[in-house]
Design a protein around this ligand. Structure first.
Ligand code: DOR
Ligand code: ZN
Length: 346
């Protein structure tokens, strides 16, 4: 197969940022994607329905002329979040999910949750109305090794919270481990899991062997090869629980190439080409539509997009810019480290 047509894909986990960075990187997503779940970890975070409405307006104003793109807004869960505000924002159609960051887990997560008893009322309201909780699944306990933080989170936090809140619909965001895959596979249809582009391609050696590679550093950090293999098997299997969430997370190069570099890989530009490569290498191109275009809408109870995207394999390697130049500085595009022969047509 050298050509494949899919319904237009969606990105179920995206960082669009704000201001000059938003304006600079928005076209990279709107070129291929019809919708995206927009992460709320701005400074200050997007906590209330009113803040989400204002952020949505800023996103729409920053989109390129003629873009056919719908931002799906989320609220950042804090210990002060008001269940009634969440319910109103969901009822109006503005907000499609609430995001849980354990306090301190990652970029701009200081306002996240420390004491889960304090968010019980919000979680119960969300279970009642069917609003998904998107979970950054890492414990922040300094005693837990960074490579174990996802597996420990499942046992210590995720499973207890789900048991305590029957009916709560949960997305395990950017899973990076076989533990995450195995847990998701054992659950029913009230649990989904997103997988990023970069975690399908790199393992921890890519970050650390032959010199430290800041552009491969993200959170959750890439794990060993056995885990990457489990992610590839899950993503390419067609299983409805697994869908694309790129976690494309731009930081200007000086913030990445630093003694204390920020976490995030920027994959909005080349995700579809890279996914075609990964799925073809597995002999599973026929399941790319499920992963990138169908399983996500099914979980979020939204229609599959009407338009299509066509990918074509040629003898010439695909080209993309090494960096996206934004008013907030240059952003390095994720480099898979191998040539890719899949192109997006049109
Ligand atoms: O690598 C990451 N970057 N992981 C996250 O959870 C946050 C994100 C960001 O906002 O930069
Ligand atoms: Zn993210």
């Amino acid at each position: 197969m050298t050509q494949i047509t899919l319904p237009r894909p969606d990105d179920w986990h995206l960082h669009l940022r704000d201001g000059a960075m938003l304006a600079g990187i928005a076209p990279e997503t709107t070129r291929h994607f019809a919708r995206a779940i927009i992460m709320p970890n701005l400074v200050p975070p997007v906590v209330t329905g009113a803040q989400a409405a204002a952020y949505r307006d800023r996103i729409l104003a920053a989109l390129p002329e003629g873009a056919d793109f719908e931002p799906l807004m989320t609220l950042y869960l804090t210990e002060e979040t008001d269940p009634a505000d969440v319910a109103a924002a969901a009822a109006s159609g503005l907000v499609k999910a609430v995001k849980l960051y354990p306090a301190g887990a990652t970029t701009n997560s200081a306002s996240g949750v420390r004491d889960f008893d304090k968010v019980r009322g919000v979680l119960e309201k969300m279970a009642e109305i069917g609003l998904p909780l998107c979970v950054h699944g890492e414990v922040t306990d300094p005693a837990v090794d960074i490579f174990d933080r996802e597996a420990v989170f499942i046992d210590r936090v995720l499973d207890p919270v789900r048991r305590a809140t029957p009916g709560l619909r949960v997305v395990m965001e950017h899973i990076t481990t076989k533990d995450g895959v195995d847990y998701a596979r054992a659950q029913g249809d009230d649990l989904g899991a997103t997988i990023t582009t970069h975690h399908l391609i790199i393992n921890r050696n890519h970050i650390l062997v032959g010199g430290i590679k800041p552009h491969y550093y993200c959170l959750p950090v890439a794990k060993r090869e056995t885990h990457r293999r489990a992610l590839v098997e899950a993503a390419t299997s067609g299983d409805a629980r697994f869908f694309l969430g790129t976690d494309s997370a731009p930081h200007a190069d000086p913030a990445k190439e630093s003694a204390c570099g920020c976490a995030g890989c920027f994959t909005a530009t080349n995700t579809m080409q890279l996914l075609a490569h990964v799925f073809e290498a597995e002999g599973r191109l026929e399941n790319l539509a499920r992963f990138a275009s169908e399983n996500g809408p099914a979980f979020y109870r939204l229609p599959v997009n009407v338009g299509t995207i066509t990918l074509e394999k040629t003898a010439d390697p695909a080209q993309w810019p090494a960096k996206i130049l934004t008013g907030a500085g240059p952003v390095t595009v994720f480099d898979p480290g191998f040539p890719v022969y899949w192109h997006v047509k049109g």
